[in-house]
Write a protein that binds this ligand. Structure first.
Ligand SMILES: Nc1ncnc2c1ncn2[C@@H]1O[C@H](COP(=O)(O)OP(=O)(O)OP(=O)(O)O)[C@@H](O)[C@H]1O
Length: 310
């Protein structure tokens, strides 16, 4: 398990991570989300001992990373797929990692097969595509068969087949009882892969919740109603409820449950053709929740977001 307590990182004037506290539990994939510059990579670097915290602690299995006797056996990580000597072959890169952590040589062949790089194991990493380097990075993370895995943007550069493969791999690793923490900006993929979410913005914790609850909290807010008597129903809904028109026969109601709207309509003798809580996507929920924490807005993205939500 990963435990982060009061973790803070200051770079001069910039407070990159601000008093973060969360835990990543075994047995599920935890998605690590936040807008650009939120502090995700900085947090992961501190968890992995690559950056010192200004204050607070980060531990893996109860110990700071730097105190792990065999780090690759405690936690496997993919942070920067470029961090491989270009002149080394894939196999030699992994053999060197294994030797430094007391991992048997046969594990190298196993992980090469696991990530689908067997056929190119003797090629130099410098000739690899971004997707192949990602796979090599993942092979390195799996090498020590660790109970904790940390992946920063593992989907970068992967083709559709590779993305589906990562989804299966992450879920399998979690099902085997490992703690898996993964950051990605690909919300649709995150929605399919993660069971739990940690969301940060401007270095601070915004949400630490199950995926279902995160989307559910957002989805429950709007109900789409279709009725041939839209104007009549609109008059019946109290002034405290926000109602938007949606075409000639549709209303989008905010502030009442579907059952409450149904009951009001029935009491007033208004026939309904549709009564549906709007199911939001993770992307909509995420954009709504982090709107105030986004540092690099563009007008186009905002307009499109409004369009999607509508
Ligand atoms: N070495 C550094 N020196 C100074 N500032 C830094 C350094 N590393 C990160 N920062 C700043 O810390 C903040 C958080 O950056 P970080 O890379 O952790 O965000 P992120 O959530 O990973 O973003 P992205 O989604 O864009 O990768 C940013 O404002 C960034 O400019």
């Amino acid at each position: 398990m990963i435990e982060v307590r009061g973790l803070t990182k200051r770079y001069g004037e910039v407070l990159a991570v601000d008093d973060l506290t969360f835990a990543v539990r075994p047995g599920e994939v935890t998605g690590f989300l936040g807008p650009n510059g939120a502090g995700k990579s900085t947090t992961l670097r501190m968890v992995l001992g690559l950056d010192a915290a200004t204050s607070g602690t980060a531990t893996v299995g109860g110990r700071p990373y730097v105190a792990q006797p065999a780090p690759l056996r405690a936690v496997g990580a993919l942070l920067d797929a470029g961090a491989v000597l270009p002149s080394r072959t894939a196999r030699h890169h992994l053999l060197a990692l294994a030797a430094g952590n007391g991992i048997p040589r046969r594990r190298v062949s196993e992980v090469l097969a696991e990530v689908g790089l067997e056929a190119v194991a003797h090629r130099r990493a410098g000739t690899f595509s971004l997707g192949m380097r990602q796979r090599l990075g993942i092979a390195g993370a799996l090498l020590g068969d660790p109970p904790v895995l940390v992946f920063d943007e593992p989907l970068n550069g992967l083709d559709p087949e590779g993305i589906v493969w990562i989804r299966g791999l992450m879920r399998r690793m979690a099902a085997e009882g490992r703690a898996v923490l993964m950051s990605s900006h690909l919300m649709s993929e995150m929605e399919l892969t993660a069971g739990h979410l940690i969301v940060i913005g401007r270095g601070r914790l915004i949400a630490d919740t199950a995926m279902k609850e995160f989307i559910g909290a957002y989805s429950g807010r709007e109900v789409v109603v279709r009725t041939p008597r839209a104007a009549a129903l609109r008059r019946m809904l109290s002034a405290a409820v926000r109602v938007r028109e949606d075409g000639v026969d549709g209303l989008v109601v905010t502030g009442l449950e579907a059952a409450e709207i149904g009951a009001l309509a029935a009491a007033g003798g208004v026939e309904l053709h549709e009564l549906a809580p709007r199911q939001a996507s993770l992307e909509q929920a995420f954009m709504d929740l982090t709107r105030d924490a986004v540092e690099y807005h563009t007008e186009d993205a905002l307009a499109q977001e409004r369009e999607t939500v509508r």
